[in-house]
Design a protein around this ligand. Structure first.
Ligand code: PBG
Length: 325
């Protein structure tokens, strides 16, 4: 036995404190950004059927949610507005009194220490459910940029700390950067959804945000899941255009892409752990098929190991609770 030659890797796994000494990746509450869905009306706290634990919340109920986050140590949120009125050009996306603008005002007014990220897109606000303007059945790029830029400026005017454009039009970082600078907001960073795939994992979100396309799909602007080099091209142009953060979305099926983006670019990298990834775990856990806490922590840690610095996740509250234990 003693003349066998092999490495004893198990030496470093012998006790919990030994494992803690050699642990390479650490998840912290400061890594987490919690998505919230704000609706019009009063006294609304309505469960989103396809996303157990996630709610539609009206303005008057926002503080309760924010207090909970602050108590848990989660200090960043990304805000999605779910408007009552939709039209062809998504007017409510850039209305000064729109639901998302009022939500941002409310949060920053009552909870100035929270970082408020605004999701900048048109799809919740357009009656056709696409992320841009439609002409002759086409989602036209440059006209859409104008409205997206208007949306970003209105969100910052309302108090947003970070603009996160998720529309996947070409040139949105340049357009928004220029729009923000001209409006006097050169200090506001752009967290670009640089690499966003056309994914079936968004299903539950579209239910939550009422943002399903009413015809066709998003493959003309979101990326083909089969592509890797295209992801690098997308990230590269957003870096050139002045992005301050890069998002890869979804997360779990795209950890390879995350690692590549992280290795090539020096910006903070954000994983968007999307709705379908959340609901699949919730469903399996509700059936007793997996241990929810263990699986959530394993998945979030894996995203960090793949190179993510931050994670947008519906599990933020759950994960903070586990971390605080
Ligand atoms: C809007 C947007 C989407 C998500 C975030 N912003 C959906 C989409 O492109 O249809 C998905 C988030 C999730 O699934 O959790 N453009």
């Amino acid at each position: 036995m003693s003349d066998l030659q092999f490495k004893r890797h198990r030496r470093l796994r012998r006790t919990e404190s030994m494992r803690a000494l050699v642990r390479e990746t650490h998840l912290q509450t400061d890594d987490l950004i919690y998505p919230i869905f704000v609706v019009e009306g009063e006294q609304v706290k309505k469960a989103v059927a396809s996303m157990p634990g996630v709610h539609h919340v009206s303005l008057d109920n926002l503080s309760e949610e924010m207090n909970e986050l602050e108590q848990l140590g989660v200090r960043s949120v990304i805000v999605f507005g779910v408007p009552n009125e939709k039209d062809a050009v998504g007017s409510q996306a850039y209305h000064e009194e729109g639901i998302v603008q009022r939500a941002i005002q409310h949060i920053k007014g009552a909870h100035p220490n929270l970082t408020v990220v605004a999701d900048t897109c048109l799809c919740q606000y357009t009656d056709h459910g696409h992320c841009g303007v439609i002409r002759d059945g086409d989602i036209v790029n440059d006209e859409s940029l104008e409205l997206i830029t208007k949306t970003a400026v209105s969100q910052v005017k309302a108090g947003a700390d970070v603009i996160a454009p998720s529309n996947m039009m070409d040139g949105f970082v340049t357009a928004i950067r220029q729009g923000l600078d001209e409006a006097g907001y050169s200090q506001i960073p752009v967290m670009s959804y640089a690499v966003k795939y056309a994914s079936a994992f968004y299903g539950p979100f579209r239910d939550a945000a009422h943002s399903s396309p009413q015809f066709g799909d998003r493959r003309g602007y979101q990326m083909d899941p089969a592509n890797r080099l295209e992801a690098i091209r997308e990230a590269e142009s957003d870096v050139e255009e002045g992005a301050d953060f890069l998002i890869v979305k979804p997360a779990l099926a795209y950890l390879d892409i995350m690692r590549e983006v992280k290795d090539r670019f020096n910006l903070p990298l954000v994983a968007y752990n999307v709705s379908g990834e959340y609901s699949m775990i919730k469903a399996a856990a509700a059936n007793g098929w997996v241990n929810e806490e263990e699986i959530v922590m394993e998945k979030l840690t894996s995203m960090k190991r793949a190179g993510a610095d931050l994670i947008i996740t519906y599990f933020a509250k759950d994960a903070a609770r586990y971390l605080n234990q």
